[in-house]
Design a protein around this ligand. Structure first.
Ligand SMILES: CC(C)(COP(=O)(O)OP(=O)(O)OC[C@H]1O[C@@H](n2cnc3c(N)ncnc32)[C@H](O)[C@@H]1OP(=O)(O)O)[C@@H](O)C(=O)NCCC(=O)NCCS
Length: 166
């Protein structure tokens, strides 16, 4: 399964607006239409993406990136994350979260924060399995979780072809 994050624009917006969660999950996430409006109102920090599996739109994610925010521990948020109900329970959420974490790391983030309701068992299980831990804080009735990211290990070619003998 190939999972990609594709930047959301006016061109692919309709694909995103067709994606919906199940009725009982609407308590956990805004509609994609509302999230797009929020993205437009917060252009400096909002980064909205379609989640595509094998080039087909199956979900939506939006990040808040505010590298200049005064509190360095509060700069990077996974703001919205959903998989359309038709595609849930197939491991796509898990694979997409892996790509999301990779994106944050590759764009210089040293942590990711998010919040969700305590009753959101599917999402919490997914986040905990990926290493997110509760911070003990609340965000408007939701519990806050955070993942600390390690700096990326150097994996490029070694100059001169061989590692130097120390
Ligand atoms: C959370 C969400 C993104 C997971 O997507 P997904 O594609 O179903 O994820 P996966 O198939 O990889 O499954 C992830 C976990 O959810 C569980 N799960 C999936 N669908 C489920 C369902 N209908 N009921 C209960 N658990 C479910 C899986 O068993 C798995 O649990 P595990 O980690 O213990 O194995 C999806 O359920 C969703 O969009 N929910 C509504 C929006 C939401 O709550 N977003 C998070 C807000 S912060």
């Amino acid at each position: 399964m190939n999972i990609e994050l594709v930047g959301l624009t006016e061109e692919n917006l309709n694909e995103c607006l067709r994606l919906k969660v199940a009725e009982e999950q609407t308590q956990y996430i805004a509609s994609n239409e509302d999230s797009w409006k929020t993205a437009q109102e917060n252009r400096e920090v909002a980064r909205p993406f379609l989640i595509c599996r094998d080039r087909k739109a199956v979900g939506f994610a939006m990040f808040a990136f505010d590298e200049d925010y005064e509190d360095p521990g509060d700069r990077y948020w996974l703001w919205r994350f959903m998989i359309d109900e038709r595609f849930q329970g197939k491991g796509i959420g898990t694979a997409a979260l892996r790509e999301i974490i990779r994106y944050f790391r590759e764009h210089g983030a040293d942590h990711i924060r998010l919040s969700t309701k305590e009753t959101n068992a599917a999402a919490l299980s997914l986040y905990r399995r990926a290493g997110f831990c509760e911070t003990g804080e609340m965000n408007g009735g939701e519990i806050v979780l955070a993942l600390r990211l390690q700096p990326r290990l150097f994996t490029g070619p070694v100059q001169g072809g061989r590692p130097k003998q120390l």
